[in-house]
Design a protein around this ligand. Structure first.
Ligand code: CTP
Ligand code: CA
Length: 229
């Protein structure tokens, strides 16, 4: 379906999309972060809204403007993202975790700026694990028939790692992106394949993020439990 001519095939559904990357503060002026732009999550939110869904977009540190016709919740950290996903996901037909969630956060937050100290080379930063939001919402579905989607970027053994991650997370769909390597003569090949818990594997050719988003919504729509509504 071309954008703008989309049939409202997601009408009556509430979908939740997380986008961006969490930032884990060390002190009031510093954080551990990642390079996620949030563009794929925003494309998912826009395409779902265009197809008639009620959309809640949970945004972490993208700096992108709120898309029209979408409820946006702004968060910073993985712990805040978890709270927002659990809250918005409570009545959602589908939850798509496109955000890059920090696996770890500093074990301590300094309420004052960390300063250099004479005679001390450098302070050590210790980390603790963040909650695994995707695994949690997959294991403990807020609604029966809720469809849960994850994203993964892999460098090696993309399919094998993807299948393994799909099983470990317990989600229904996992969008696996190949990153790094595979670059010949300067052209950037970013192949994605959507793996489903029911065994379906859908290759997505290199293209705009909206095209991948539309394929994800097609696969979600085919699995969503409208009878449970
Ligand atoms: N994810 C999550 N909570 C986390 C970490 C990841 O919900 N604490 C979600 C991401 O939003 C993504 C999916 O899990 O949809 C896969 O993320 P990824 O980083 O590939 O998975 P990890 O289990 O963290 O594996 P790895 O050790 O390869 O980073
Ligand atoms: Ca990770």
């Amino acid at each position: 379906l071309a954008r703008g001519t989309a049939a409202p095939d997601l009408g009556g559904l509430h979908v939740v999309v997380s986008a961006g990357g969490t930032r884990e503060p060390l002190d009031p002026v510093r954080f551990l972060g990642n390079r996620s732009s949030g563009k794929q999550g925003y494309a998912l939110a826009r395409t779902a809204a265009a197809r008639g869904a009620r959309v809640t977009l949970i945004e972490a540190n993208t700096g992108l403007p709120d898309p029209a016709g979408v409820d946006v919740v702004h968060v910073g950290t993985a712990v805040q993202l978890r709270e927002a996903v659990l809250k918005a996901g409570a009545d959602a037909d589908a939850v798509v975790m496109a955000a890059a969630v920090a696996d770890f956060r500093p074990s301590e937050y300094a309420t004052g700026k960390i300063k250099k100290k004479d005679g001390v080379e450098a302070p050590a930063v210790t980390l603790v694990r963040n909650p695994d939001i995707l695994a949690e919402i997959s294991a403990d579905r807020a609604r029966p028939g809720q469809v849960v989607v994850g994203f993964a970027a892999e460098t090696d053994d993309v399919l094998a790692n993807g299948r393994d991650k799909l099983r470990r997370k317990g989600c229904d769909l996992l969008v696996v992106n190949e990153v790094g390597e595979r670059r010949t003569f300067g052209s950037e090949e970013n192949e994605a394949v959507v793996l489903a818990a029911d065994g379906a594997e859908t290759p997505v050719p290199h293209g705009p993020k909206e095209a991948l988003a539309d394929i994800v919504w097609d696969l979600v729509e085919a699995r969503v439990d409208r009878a449970g509504r």
